[in-house]
Design a protein around this ligand. Structure first.
Ligand code: PHE
Length: 347
């Protein structure tokens, strides 16, 4: 026969442990585990109940009542705690679910290309449409490609117009994209039709019409029998494609060491179509590039025979073209990262 005092102690211990576990439960699920542990089928108290039959009548009554009371106390505690926890969980779920309509929606600005990139793409597209290929060259360039091969030997006065930042003897930031003419011709044989977009650098003050960092798109066509008429036709077609069918080009005699003859190219003002207005300074024309027939000395420098092939080249200022296309008055706006300006080129 079991020791009744020990059994009573066990029930009391079980009850204390169960109440503690119930009070410490923080979730309904935890509470359910506590319930199973305290009064479930495999709980020590349930086992004791099954052993009641083996006790004396008196002990059975004492222990039976104790077990009953313990179970009622535990069930009451379970109910109370369950009510608390359910209320808490419902409130948390409600808070989680409710939409805070006072918050503004989080719109993400997707961004868009810079106006200079947009204009470069448009210019390049026009020439690619005519069968030109895109070529590129380094921004840090040697004296040979920037000057020497372009018919500008060391003491040539025209070099001062292309002054730039020197990194070491004979190595400088390129002052134009023309060195890529030389690279393209040395890499392949005629026929050559390339456009060269790229960044250039010059020793220039930063004012409304100058920037020490700017962009050009160079063009080069070398083939048998290329003439000045081809240059004129190509640039006239370019102006129509980029600025509109009404616009024309005008050639003014000019000088570059690497072209002969050379010309400065103007486009009729897209605002007044040549009549003269405030945006073209009442002249009707806006200057956008330099061009000419590739100088025989440059053809020789790359190993070509000027008797055999000829070519034309042009180099346009991208900022210039963009200012003409969009009616922008100050070149500095392209480089100041002012979102009020740049946002106007979205889409
Ligand atoms: N490289 C010249 C400049 O930057 C432009 C040019 C290019 C002129 C090709 C003639 C031929 O001013």
């Amino acid at each position: 026969m079991s020791d009744i005092a020990g059994l009573i102690q066990t029930v009391e211990r079980e009850q204390v442990a169960a109440l503690e576990r119930i009070a410490l439960s923080t979730k309904v699920a935890e509470l359910e585990e506590a319930e199973i542990a305290a009064i479930g089928r495999k709980a020590p108290m349930s086992a004791l109940k099954r052993e009641l039959g083996g006790l004396s009548e008196e002990d059975r009554r004492t222990l039976g009542r104790l077990l009953n009371d313990a179970r009622l106390t535990i069930e009451a505690a379970l109910d109370g705690r369950r009510g608390q926890l359910q209320a808490r969980e419902e409130e948390a779920a409600l808070q989680h679910d409710s939409a805070d309509i006072t918050l503004p929606p989080r719109l993400r600005a997707p961004g868009h290309p810079h106006p200079i990139s947009i204009v470069i793409d448009r210019i390049v597209d026009v020439f690619v449409g005519m069968g030109y290929r895109v070529a590129e060259g380094p921004e840090v360039e040697t004296d040979f490609y920037s000057f020497e091969a372009l018919n500008m030997p060391a003491d040539h006065p025209a070099r001062s117009g292309f002054d730039t930042m020197y990194l070491s003897e004979g190595v400088a930031l390129r002052p134009h994209t023309s060195p890529v003419q030389v690279r393209a011709m040395m890499e392949q044989s005629p026929p050559i039709y390339v456009v060269v977009p790229g960044r250039c650098y010059r020793r220039d003050s930063f004012d409304a019409s100058h920037s020490p960092v700017f962009h050009q798109v160079e063009g080069l066509a070398v083939d048998r029998g290329i003439s000045f008429a081809d240059l004129k036709g190509t640039l006239a077609e370019f102006a129509r494609a980029l600025f509109g069918p009404e616009e024309r080009v005008r050639f003014r005699p000019s000088y570059f060491p690497f072209t002969e003859p050379s010309a400065e190219i103007d486009v009729s003002c897209p605002t007044c179509h040549g009549a003269g207005c405030a945006s073209c300074g009442w002249s009707g024309w806006l200057e956008i590039m330099g061009a000419g027939m590739v100088h025989p000395n440059e053809l020789r420098a790359v190993g070509y025979d000027p008797q055999d092939v000829s070519g034309f080249a042009f180099g346009m200022g991208v900022e210039r073209v963009a200012m003409v296309a969009y009616g922008i008055k100050d070149i500095r706006q392209f480089f100041e990262n002012d979102m009020r300006f740049l946002a106007g080129f979205a889409g």
